[in-house]
Design a protein around this ligand. Structure first.
Ligand code: MSP
Length: 514
C-alpha cells in the first residue's frame, strides 16, 4: 500500500537580508513536524526556500554594486547554511529565480487570464518597498508604512489587476465549510473580518521594475513579487513542469506562516487558486512572533539574534528544543539567552541526561554493559497506589504526545514527555538500583534497570523530531541504530530493547553550562 502524503511548507524568505532566529523559527517548526510525520510513516514533502525577486532585492544588489542574480546567489548560500546548522531536512529548497518557477508562474497566470480575472487599469496609491506592499491612504500614517514604519513611495502607474473582489463570497463560503482551513481559530476570525469588510481588486504588476517575471505580452511590466512568490508552493513541486510530482503532493497539507503575512496567504492565495481552478491547501497555520522584550524581533527594529551564533554556542538541538518548549505555538514569545541557558541546564542537562546517562552507566556497571532481562517484572517498580507502572505510563504518554503533535501543540507534546522523564527519574530514585545491587537482588535490579532503560529509549524516540542529533547519539549509546524511526508506533512499544544486547560507549550528551 502506498504511503499517505504530507506536504508542508514554510514561507520563502526574502533574499535581501541574512536570517535571524525569528525566521529560523518557522523552518524549525516545519522540520519538527516533517520529522514527526516521516516517523509516523508518511511520505513527506517539505518545502522551504527563497523569495528572490522584487524591488528590495534589486535595491540591495544595486547598493552592493552587484547584479541581482549574483546577489541572490550569494544570499542563497547563507540561507542554505542555516538549514545545515539547524539539522533541517527539507526536500526542496525553492528559489524563485529558477526557470521551473517562471514556467509554472506563467502557466498559472494564463489560467487566471483565461478566466477573465486579470485586467488592465491604473494604480494610484502607496507602496512600501521594504514590505513589498501596496497601501491605501487610510493605511499610511504620516507618510509611513504601518508595518515597518519606513517612508512609503507614492505610485501612479498603469497596472494589471486581479479581480479579487469576485472571490469575496466564495472565500467566506470556504471558510465556513472548512473550519480547519485557517488556524488558530482567532486567525480565522481575523481573515473573515478582513474579507467581510469588502475586498478590492488587487494590483498584481509593477511597471518599470525589472527584477521580476515579465507579464506575457506586456513589456515593461513584471508580476508583483508577492503574487509570484505565493506560486512557489506549486512550482516547487512541479506545477507546470512535473505533473506526476505535483499530483502526488498537492493539495498542500500545511502552510506555516507568521501572522504578519496572513492577508497574503489566507485571502489572496486561496482566491488566486480559485481563479486558476487549483484545489485549495488543507490548512494554513499562522504562528506568533519571536520577540525581544515584547517587541517583534526584526531587522528594522534592530533587535535580531543571530541564529549562527546560537547554533555554535549551544548546538542546534538545544536551540530547537528551547524554541519549541518555551513558546506556545501560535502565540508570541520572548526570546532571551538566559531562558535558553536555564532550559538547557534544567531540562536537557539535568532531567533528560540524568535519566539516560545514569541508566546506561548503571547498566555498564552492574551488568557489564549488557541489557538486563526485564523478566516477568518488566513493569517492576509499579506499586498499586502510584499512577501506573512504567510500560503503562509510556503507552499513555505516547498517546498524549501524538494527540499534541497532530494538533501542532509542540509545547504540550514536550511537557507530556518531560512528565514521563520525571516519573522515570522518580522511579529510579525510589527503586534505588544501587541499594538492590548491594543487597544482591540481581533479578529485581535487572527488572528495574530494564524499565528505566526501556522508558529512556521510548522517550528518545519521541524526542527525535525535536533534538534529532542528540536523540540519535543517545540511541546509539543504547547500541541501537541512530537513524530516525519510520515506524514510530512500533518503536514506541514497550519491549524494544533486547535482553543481552550490548550498549555502546556511554558519555553525557548535554553537559551543564555555567
Ligand atoms: N518573502 C515573504 C514570504 C513569501 S511566502 C510566499 C516574507 N519573507 S520574510 O523573510 O520577511 O519572512 C518570512 C517569515 O519569517 C514570515 O513567516 C515571518 O512571519 C517570519 N518572521 C519574521 N520575523 C519573525 C519573528 N520575529 N518571529 C517569528 N517569525 C518571524 O514575508
Amino acid at each position: 500500500m502506498s504511503k499517505s502524503t504530507f506536504y508542508i511548507t514554510t514561507p520563502i524568505y526574502y533574499a535581501n537580508s541574512v536570517p535571524h532566529i525569528g525566521n529560523a523559527y518557522t523552518t524549525i517548526v516545519a522540520d519538527v513536524m516533517s520529522r514527526y510525520k516521516r516517523a509516523m510513516g508518511y511520505d513527506v514533502m517539505f518545502l522551504t526556500g527563497m523569495d528572490e525577486h522584487g524591488q528590495k532585492v534589486q535595491s540591495a544588489a544595486a547598493e552592493k554594486g552587484v547584479s541581482p542574480q549574483q546577489y541572490v546567489d550569494e544570499m542563497a548560500q547563507v540561507w542554505k547554511r542555516l538549514l545545515l546548522e539547524f539539522d533541517i531536512k527539507n526536500d526542496v529548497f525553492m528559489r524563485t529565480t529558477e526557470p521551473r518557477h517562471k514556467k509554472g508562474v506563467l502557466k498559472f497566470l494564463e489560467r487566471m487570464m483565461a478566466k477573465g480575472d486579470v485586467y488592465k487599469g491604473e494604480y494610484e496609491g502607496w507602496y512600501c518597498k521594504f514590505e513589498e506592499n501596496f497601501l491605501t491612504d487610510l493605511q499610511v500614517q504620516d507618510g509611513k508604512c504601518p508595518d515597518c514604519g519606513r517612508p512609503v513611495d507614492r505610485c501612479r502607474e498603469p497596472a494589471f489587476f486581479f479581480a479579487l473582489s469576485k472571490y469575496q463570497e466564495p472565500l467566506l463560503e470556504h471558510y465556513d465549510a472548512h473550519p480547519e482551513f485557517i488556524r488558530p481559530d482567532f486567525r480565522m476570525n481575523e481573515a473573515r473580518r478582513f474579507v467581510e469588510q469588502g475586498l478590492r481588486d488587487l494590483c498584481i504588476s509593477r511597471a518599470k521594475l525589472e527584477w521580476g517575471i515579465e507579464i506575457p505580452g506586456a513589456k515593461g511590466y513584471t508580476i508583483y513579487v508577492w503574487i509570484e512568490a505565493l506560486m512557489n508552493y506549486l512550482t516547487g513541486i512541479g506545477f507546470g513542469t512535473d505533473d506526476e510530482l505535483f499530483e502526488r503532493y498537492w493539495p498542500c497539507d500545511l502552510h506555516l506562516l507568521g501572522k504578519d503575512i496572513l492577508k497574503f496567504h489566507c485571502i489572496y492565495w486561496p482566491a488566486m487558486l480559485m481563479s486558476a481552478e487549483v484545489p485549495l491547501p488543507k490548512s494554513l497555520y499562522n504562528h506568533g512572533w519571536l520577540c525581544v522584550s515584547d517587541r517583534k524581533m526584526s531587522k528594522s527594529v534592530g533587535n535580531v539574534v543571530d541564529p549562527f551564533y546560537l547554533a555554535s554556542e549551544f548546538g542546534p538541538d538545544a536551540v530547537r528544543y528551547f524554541l519549541m518548549r518555551d513558546i506556545q505555538f501560535g502565540q508570541d514569545g520572548n526570546f532571551t539567552e538566559d531562558n535558553l541557558v536555564r532550559r538547557y541546564n534544567s531540562d536537557l542537562a539535568n532531567d533528560l541526561s540524568n535519566l539516560i546517562h545514569r541508566s546506561l552507566s548503571m547498566c555498564k556497571k552492574y551488568f557489564d554493559g549488557r541489557i538486563p532481562s526485564g523478566g516477568a517484572g518488566s513493569d517492576a517498580g509499579s506499586d498499586a497506589d502510584s499512577d501506573g507502572a512504567m510500560p503503562q505510563k509510556c503507552a499513555s504518554t505516547f498517546r498524549a504526545y501524538c494527540r499534541a503533535m497532530d494538533d501542532l501543540d509542540f509545547r504540550g507534546a514536550l511537557v507530556t514527555v518531560w512528565s514521563l522523564i520525571s516519573s522515570a527519574n522518580v522511579f529510579i530514585d525510589r527503586e534505588s538500583p544501587w541499594a538492590l545491587y548491594k543487597q544482591g537482588e540481581v533479578e529485581k535490579l535487572g527488572a528495574v534497570l530494564y524499565s528505566a532503560l526501556e522508558t529512556g529509549r521510548i522517550i528518545l524516540q519521541m524526542l527525535q523530531p525535536f533534538v534529532p542529533s542528540a536523540a540519535s547519539k543517545m540511541l546509539s549509546q543504547f547500541g541501537l541504530p541512530a537513524q530516525p524511526a519510520d515506524e514510530l508506533h512500533q518503536q514506541a512499544r514497550w519491549g524494544g530493547l533486547l535482553a543481552g544486547s550490548r550498549i555502546a560507549l556511554v558519555s553525557p550528551v548535554f553537559v551543564k553550562r555555567k
